[in-house]
Design a protein. Structure first.
Length: 79
């Protein structure tokens, strides 16, 4: 009997950094890594936080779909 190794395709997702702010002072507090595996993951993440989109931390580009995210980039939530 031969053993075979059936390797499934594992989706590593898309990991970005989210900059969290102190609500009162609007100052960055910390960043956390977030990995999205689907557009639904991305939409649910925004919805749970009451955000309409993400904005690049050092830019003005708003991102409202997973296809527009850049791996490893830093973003902040936009109400």
């Amino acid at each position: 009997m031969h053993w075979t190794n059936n390797m499934g395709i594992i989706d590593s997702g898309l990991t970005i950094k989210i900059c969290m702010y102190d609500e009162a002072d609007h100052l960055p507090v910390h960043t956390e890594d977030k990995t999205f595996y689907s557009e639904d993951d991305f939409r649910n993440f925004l919805s749970r936080r009451g955000w309409s989109c993400l904005r690049e931390y050092n830019g003005y580009r708003n991102v409202d779909s997973m296809d527009e995210l850049c791996p490893g980039a830093v973003y902040r939530g936009v109400n």
